[in-house]
Design a protein around this ligand. Structure first.
Ligand code: SF4
Ligand code: WCC
Ligand code: FE2
Length: 627
């Protein structure tokens, strides 16, 4: 066993780009060149275009915009708007899931798969569960969850899951999120021309908007997806472009919402569709994923992962992709023109993400079955149009074990302790490993790829370094896919760990990096941190646990970063947030917020130093606890 190297990833990509050149396709690699150097004002966050007296740019000679706003106000407003975009996006995904939950029926497209979890959440929310029909309960819970988006009074229900200490910090700092939509609206209001320009106030609202995502919309998305599609448990799968099959119809699902991808997977297994594929000359139908949609169906079904964010063009460049089926978020508009260079059908499905050069097959929860069947049929019929001379699937793939929800982690780690039964079903075995020093701590590594960083390199190198130092790594989003493609989710990767983590991997039969799911599933990480805090009696901020997004790029990632920091977890970034033009906003993010939430951001673009800084922070926290 050995890891696949980033050099091998890159060689595979280069080979695919040759095909691209042959058919006259554009690529992100080419577009990066055209866009370099980037605009410095934008990079530093000191360009304002929120009113038409502008746009205004801050320079030495022009230190204020026309309205008199300075660099700090402009950078702060931009940062808050960036956050609001991310919070809105994750939360709207969560809202769609709540709407899907409203359609569940015993004979419907969607059913309740994890009734126990639904009942557990209902009890948390004070909803009567005794003697209730599970579908009736699901509908009531869906309505209550949807109310969280617009309720006129009160704060998010999910906040009660946090330790008391954290809840008090949130209350005192006035960052408890009220209605989810309200925190986005407030952010837009505050940043309209002529409102807030004080960095402290803007950063505070940025935390609160982020909180409405992680402790609001994203948590709805994760929890109710589990109710409908099952709470993930360990499952084996494979990752990298080599999961595509030359002799089969390849359907790539890309985007985020499992309501679509779950249905595509169902119909790809439909005997009628498989028979149709055979008549088209294919040996079957192969579904593989890109981005978070991939994480969702990998975690619950073991569907293979073709690649992450910056691989999305590669799946088309294989020439063997019959359809790339997308819903929302992180979808390159480039897929339209690119798919036209091949036989690939680029199928958009959501009114939220409509793109030129795509086939729009609208997908609704109410008509999900028919819609999915039509999509699968379109892909299958397209097999006949494949241009054999363009087909090249790089033979790179690795085995991966995924599916580590909080429930699964707790259950698996029960195996590592020989202590009494009373600690079973809690995070105490994990805490025991940490306090004894067998594990030094944990890092939650998340987020995208970004061409500003050598793609995947930062994720993989940092993971290797951390596990070697006996730090367990939990993952989500495109970071998780980088790990899987490299082979770090193969249980045999335990040999790359320090002695302590290796022992834990052997006893619990886990890989050294644990796949916790999609980006909305970072809410799972918040629940895990809360449980660790409650079981240890320590504030979250004192636990030897940090967060890291080494290659982040999206607004969603900033929203996530804000709620992770607001939850008391120091967060390390490998890409600069666009605020460096303001010393004050930079101060608030990297230091100031610590007095509210006991955590802050660290930015370090040198990957080696970033890893060292995380290890040092973990050791500092251990020393402070005397462990
Ligand atoms: Fe310029 Fe002020 Fe308008 Fe921004 S709000 S564009 S700084 S005048
Ligand atoms: Ni989440 Fe980043 Fe991937 Fe998109 S899918 S690219 S936000 S990490
Ligand atoms: Fe995502």
């Amino acid at each position: 066993f050995r890891l696949t190297t980033v050099e091998e990833f890159e060689a595979a990509t280069d080979r695919l780009l040759e095909t691209g050149a042959k058919v006259g396709a554009d690529s992100w690699q080419m577009r990066v060149k055209n866009q370099t150097p980037h605009c410095k004002f934008g990079e530093e966050g000191i360009c304002c275009r929120i009113c038409s007296m502008g746009p205004c740019r801050i320079t030495k000679k022009a230190p204020r915009g026309i309205c008199g706003c300075d660099a700090h106000g402009i950078a702060g407003r931009n940062f808050l708007r960036f956050t609001a975009g991310g919070a809105a996006t994750h939360s709207d995904h969560g809202r769609e899931i709540c709407h899907t939950l409203h359609t569940v029926a015993p004979d419907g497209n969607y059913k309740v798969k994890d009734a126990e979890k639904l009942i557990r959440i209902a009890k948390e929310w004070g909803v009567e569960t005794e003697g209730r029909d599970i579908y009736e309960l699901a509908h009531e819970m869906s309505e209550l969850a949807l109310m969280e988006y617009g309720k006129p009074f009160g704060v998010q229900r999910w906040l009660k899951r946090a330790p008391e200490h954290t809840q008090k910090l949130w209350h005192d700092a006035e960052i408890e999120p009220r209605a989810i939509d309200r925190e986005v609206s407030t952010a837009m209001h505050m940043t309209h021309m002529g409102n807030s320009s004080k960095p402290e106030a803007l950063v505070r609202q940025a935390l609160r908007s982020g909180m409405s995502d992680g402790w609001g919309g994203s948590m709805c998305g994760t929890e109710f997806s589990d109710v409908m599609f099952g709470t993930p448990k360990p499952v084996d799968t494979e990752a990298n472009l080599g999961v595509m099959k030359e002799d089969q119809v390849n359907i790539i699902v890309h985007g985020h919402d499992p309501s679509l991808s779950e249905m595509i997977c169902e119909y790809a297994d439909d005997p009628e569709m498989v028979a149709l594929a055979k008549t088209m000359g294919a040996n079957g139908i192969n579904v593989a994923g890109v981005c978070c949609t991939s994480n969702e169906v990998a975690m619950r079904r073991g569907v293979p992962m073709a690649g992450n964010f910056l691989q999305q063009e590669n799946v088309v460049l294989t020439g063997a992709c019959e359809a790339i089926v997308v819903d929302v978020q992180c979808i390159f508009p480039a897929l339209g023109p690119l798919s036209k260079c091949f036989h690939t059908k680029f199928i958009t499905t959501s009114p939220i993400a409509q793109m030129p050069d795509s086939d729009f097959i609208r997908f609704n929860a109410e008509t999900a079955g028919e819609n999915a069947k039509k999509i699968v049929r379109t892909a299958v019929e397209n097999f006949a149009n494949r241009k054999q001379e363009l087909v090249h699937i790089p033979q790179l793939k690795q085995k991966a074990t995924v599916g580590y929800s909080v429930e699964a982690i707790v259950k698996t780690l029960d195996g590592v302790t020989n202590s009494q039964v009373d600690v079973l079903g809690t995070t105490k075995p994990l805490l025991e490993c940490i306090t004894s020093g067998v594990l030094r701590g944990a890092v939650a590594m998340v987020g995208c790829n970004n061409p500003r960083v050598r793609p995947d390199y930062a994720h993989i190198e940092l993971m290797k370094k951390l596990i070697k130092n006996d730090i367990i790594v939990i993952l989500s989003g495109c970071s998780a896919q980088a790990a899987a493609r490299a082979g770090l989710m193969d249980k045999r990767a335990k040999d790359l760990c320090g002695a302590g983590l290796k022992r834990v991997c052997e006893l619990a039969d886990i890989p050294p990096v644990l796949h916790m799911g999609s980006c909305v599933d970072i809410s799972r990480m918040m629940v895990l941190a809360s449980e660790l805090s409650k079981d240890s009696g320590l504030p979250i901020s004192k636990l030897p646990v940090v967060g890291c997004a080494p290659e982040w790029m999206s607004e969603k990632a900033v929203s996530i970063g804000n709620y992770v920091v607001a939850t008391g977890i120091d967060t390390f970034l490998g890409v600069d947030p666009q605020v460096s033009g303001s010393s004050e906003v930079t101060y608030w993010l990297t230091e100031g917020v610590r007095k509210w939430v006991e955590a802050a951001y660290t930015v370090e673009k040198d990957i080696e130093k970033l890893g060292d800084a995380m290890i040092a922070r973990i050791e500092e926290k251990r020393a402070a606890l005397g462990i």
